[in-house]
Design a binder for this molecule. Structure first.
Ligand SMILES: [Zn+2]
Length: 439
C-alpha cells in the first residue's frame, strides 16, 4: 500500500501542530509534487525534475539506498540524467551517485554532470584523510555492524562522483527548459547549496531544513554555522515559494505555510545564538550557559523541530566552540588529571569501587542519569578491567539511552553500553541499531 502523499501529510501536521506520523520516512516511494517534479523519500531523498533535456536530480541518496531510489525513479521516468546537484557533500547525499554513473554506462548514455559548491572536494579529501575516525563516529551515531568490521573500509564510498562543475557563491544556469539558481550557504555544512527554481516556484533546501531540530550541534562532527543557517532560511522565506522540498522529511506546499516554518526555525536558531553570546559576554562559563539557556517546550513540540536527531544542548556547545575556545571556563579542566588518576583518587576516598557502583545505580534508577554516568566513568577509569564495574556501566547507559530523545545521544550511550558488554562477555562490541530517526 502506498504511503500517504507527503504534501497532504505535511499540510496536516503543520496546520494541526501535531506530529501524528514520523515525517522522516525511508520508503523509497516516489511521489509527484507537480508536473514533472518528483521526490523519492529515502535517507536522503532524491528530488527529480524533468528539464525537457533529461532529468535534473538534487542529491543521490546514500550508497546503501541509491539502488532502491534509482529503481523507484525509473518507474516514473526513463529520461537520461542530465545533471546532479549535490546539496552538500554528506555521504547520505552523494553516496548514491555511483548508481547513476553505472546506470548511464550500462545504457551507453553520457555520465551525468555533477554540480556542487566549491568546498565539496575539500570535504571529500578530509573524509579520505580521517576515514577511520568518520567510520567510528558514524557507527556510534547510526549503529549498524560492529565498528571493527567497517573501520578499514573507506568512509567515502569508492566510485562516488566528484563535482564536475563547482561554484563559489551563486550559479545561474538553464538546463533544457529549466532555470536553476544555486545559492551557497553555511549551516549544517560549509558547502551547502539551496536552489531556487522559478519555473516551478520551488526551493530545494538540502539539509537546511530536516523536520527535526537543526543538525547544528552534532557532538562528534565539525563546526556548524547557526547564524548563516538562519540567514539562509530567511533568504528562502523571502522568495514566497509555493513548493519547498528539503532533503529529509516532508516537502511543504503553500506560500504562507512555507514562510512560517522557515521563519520559526530561523528565529529558534537566532534566539539560541543571541542567548549564548549574551551569556559569554557577561563572563559565564560553559556550564552556566548549558544550565541556563534552553528552547521553549512548545517550540520543541512543533512537528518539524522535535529534538529527535540533534538537540539544543549540543547546539549551545557548538555555539560556544564557534565564538570561544575549547576550554569551558572551569580552571580544573584547563589541564585536568588523567581519567585514571582522578578515578583512583575517588575510589580511594569512597573505599573501593563498590560504593561508587551502588550509588551510580541508585542515581540511575531515580533518573539522575547525568551524575550516575559521571560516577560510573570514574569507577571504570580506576578499574578498566572490572566486570562488576562494566556490568553496572552497561545498565546505566542502557537506562540513559532510553531516557534520551536525540538519536545522537542515544547512539553514543548505546555504544558505551556495547563497549561494557564486550568487556564482560569478551566479545566484539555490538551496536546493531535500526537506523530510525524517530527511535
Ligand atoms: Zn542529510
Amino acid at each position: 500500500m502506498m504511503s500517504e502523499h507527503p504534501l497532504s501529510l505535511s499540510t496536516r501536521m503543520i496546520d494541526s501542530g501535531v506530529a501524528d506520523t514520523p515525517p522522516n520516512r525511508i520508503t523509497h516511494e516516489l511521489s509527484e509534487l507537480a508536473d514533472g517534479v518528483a521526490v523519492v523519500e529515502s535517507f536522503s531523498h532524491v528530488i527529480a525534475i524533468d528539464s525537457g533535456d533529461g532529468l535534473v536530480l538534487f542529491d543521490t541518496s546514500s550508497a546503501p539506498t541509491g539502488k532502491a531510489v534509482a529503481a523507484s525513479l525509473r518507474r516514473w521516468s526513463d529520461e537520461p540524467v542530465n545533471t546532479i546537484v549535490f546539496t552538500h557533500g554528506h555521504l547520505d547525499h552523494v553516496g548514491g551517485s555511483r548508481v547513476f554513473a553505472a546506470e548511464a554506462a550500462e545504457r551507453s548514455r553520457p555520465r551525468p554532470r555533477v554540480i556542487g559548491q566549491a568546498r565539496i572536494p575539500a570535504r571529500f579529501e578530509r573524509y579520505q584523510a580521517t576515514s577511520g575516525y568518520n567510520q567510528t563516529i558514524n557507527l556510534r551515531q547510526f549503529g549498524g555492524a560492529a565498528a571493527a568490521e567497517r573501520r578499514d573500509k573507506p568512509f567515502l564510498p569508492p566510485g562516488t562522483l566528484w563535482p564536475d562543475v563547482v561554484y563559489e557563491d551563486e550559479l545561474r544556469e538553464q538546463i533544457g527548459e529549466l532555470d536553476v539558481e544555486l545559492h551557497h550557504c553555511l549551516g549544517e555544512t560549509d558547502d551547502h547549496t539551496w536552489t531556487w527554481l522559478p519555473d516551478h516556484d520551488m526551493i530545494c533546501a538540502g539539509d537546511q531544513f530536516i523536520w527535526n531540530f537543526p543538525n547544528c550541534g552534532n557532538p562528534q562532527k565539525v563546526q556548524r554555522y547557526p547564524v548563516e543557517w538562519a540567514e539562509s532560511l530567511r533568504a528562502m522565506a523571502a522568495l514566497d515559494a509555493e513548493l519547498f522540498v528539503p532533503a529529509h522529511g516532508l516537502p511543504i506546499t503553500g506560500r504562507d505555510r512555507i514562510r512560517q516554518c522557515l521563519e520559526i526555525v530561523a528565529t529558534t536558531l537566532e534566539t539560541l545564538v543571541s542567548q549564548v553570546i549574551e551569556a559569554m559576554n557577561s563572563g559565564a562559563a560553559l556550564d552556566d550557559i548549558v544550565q541556563s539557556v534552553s528552547v521553549p517546550a512548545d517550540t520543541l513540540a512543533l512537528p518539524y523541530l522535535r529534538p529527535l536527531y540533534d538537540e539544543p544542548e549540543f547546539v549551545i556547545r557548538n555555539i560556544w566552540r564557534l565564538y570561544g575556545g575549547w576550554w569551558d571556563g572551569n580552571p580544573a579542566r584547563l589541564k585536568p588529571p588523567s581519567d585514571h588518576a582522578i578515578g583512583l583518587e575517588l575510589v580511594a576516598l569512597a573505599g573501593g569501587t563498590d560504593p561508587l557502583i551502588e550509588r551510580a545505580l541508585e542515581l540511575s534508577s531515580t533518573g539522575e542519569h547525568r551524575v550516575a554516568c559521571q560516577l560510573i566513568e570514574l569507577a571504570v577509569a580506576a578499574e578498566p578491567e572490572s566486570h562488576a564495574v562494566h556490568e553496572a556501566r552497561s545498565a546505566i547507559y542502557g537506562a540513559r539511552r532510553g531516557a534520551e530523545s536525540s538519536l545522537m545521544a542515544k547512539g553514543i550511550f548505546l555504544s558505551a553500553k556495547a563497549d561494557s558488554d564486550a568487556v564482560v562477555t569478551g566479545e566484539v562490541p555490538n551496536t546493531n541499531m535500526v537506523l530510525n530517526l524517530g527511535d
